[in-house]
Design a binder for this molecule. Sequence first.
Ligand code: WTA
Length: 570
Amino acid sequence: MKALPAKEGKHNLTNYEEAVEQFDWNSIEKELSWFKTGKINMAYEAIDRHAENGKANQVALYYSDARRDESYTYQEMKEYSNKAANVLKDIGVTKGDRVFIFMPRSPELYFVLLGAIKLGAIVGPLFEAFMEGAVRDRLEDSGAKVLVTTPSLLERVPFSDLPELKKVLLDDKSYNDQDSFLQLNSRLDDASSELDSIEWVDKEDGLILHYTSGSTGKPKGVLHVHEAMVQHYHTAKVVLDLKDDDIYWCTADPGWVTGTSYGVFGPWLAGVTNVVRGGRFSPTDWYETIQRYDVTVWYSAPTAFRMLMSAGDELVKKYDLSSLRHVLSVGEPLNPEVVRWGVQVFDQRIHDTWWMTETGAQMICNYPAMEIRPGSMGKPIPGVQAAIVDDKGNELPPNRMGNLAIKEGWPSMMRAVWNNEAKYKTYFELNGWYISGDSAYMDEDGYFWFQGRIDDVIMTAGERVGPFEVESKLVEHPAVAEAGVIGKPDPVRGEIIKAFIALREGYEVSDDLKEEIRQFVKNGLAAHAAPREMEFRSSLPKTRSGKIMRRVLKAWELDLPTGDLSTMED
Ligand code: WTA
């Protein structure tokens, strides 16, 4: 597909090359208040600073779902997050404590998240679809002290395994307190909207933990610190192109990094009006949301765009989407096909952005003032140095495929893998390059092109699923002797999860058994982690040390050569 020319208009970043050349992280810091006051706290910078500087009456949050329809100004967000901070303080939350939030999107979720940050606590947002196993892994590993959730999600919290969990706040007006289980809502009502003092932290102090999957082991807790705000703010300006009067909608849930970095921090640091739509994906609902709020900047994901595409162009025509001026995507490769569709139906180029939970913020992106080459992730943000390196950390010339790597030292870089120093170090083993785990190449003009994951991590509907987690769950089922899990290419979801299974003696393949196994994973981990396809074999390819060879499974699936089989057991 042909390149799409730069977009006309007044953008925050007008000349990419010049911006790269003149770039200095210190000058970005200067735009935030802590540069002058020396007092740092993300929640202050995102909310209170605006409430105190002329934006008190500007809407900070439009929230709606099937039952609620509310708006909150920056002043109100300041007051409600103060209330939440007072509620948490009352039950003993102090700096560094882990406060986990496991509930569907609602205004309270955002109040609590900001309130916890005001106390210097480390927040851990969990996606509401997580089932018991996934919830346990995260609360146990992080040593969460407080959990904020709803009564209907309580049954997925295995309290007996969580000795460090001291208090649970329940978001439900009809809930009656029982021991350490306390109603959140009445406490918010009664709490003061003044906070004695925000906990001023060091820029290296912990802010948020996002658990994410790798190809081996349990999900790991990626820790980000308050300094990340420098990059959230910078990218909100130059990539999201946010300006004071923008109405911005990021469709991601705060359980994923996109839903916090760009659903909370970025837009509020930039002082815009942030739209949150609760509930599940539905094309009519989504178009209505854009129309109703006059959304100007919209950040979503390839799977969602593909699903909108398959809902048909006739549907789009029923809505007035003319408020849109800038559209972006993240999470998986953005097909040129989708970019073409965006131009056709919204008259908008969709701007791909590449980054990861670990990088904390956008890294390689397309900018409004730049030509887009459909299929390319774009160029590194000013301030970030990216390259393609070989397995020894040597930079490769243009058009050679290799490891997509970033030079250490960007502000939103993760600062730890929780409880796992050894794992953290593995990311930076090659000459000071952070190794992303993605393979890519760079063309002569500096555009980066995604090629695939180097490890076996599966990307399904934009969500990262570790095959090991799914395999471990599968073998817990009494009928399953061995399991190997791969991502199988899929036109809508990017990849779907396919499981190869060897059954135990005495079990026969049947539709009922398949469904039972699928449900077992769904109920144990999460719906998106359950295999959509299963194939049964009498045994699976393994190394002599007994490791399932996913590479061989993938080759079988895709009809590719299986490569070197010398390590395979006979
Ligand atoms: C993939 C999401 C192609 C990639 C913010 C990366 C992408 C992983 C893109 C991180 C993109 C993300 N094009 N692939 N624009 N953006 N990815 O941690 O494999 O959930 O390593 O972060 O998603 O996923 P995560």
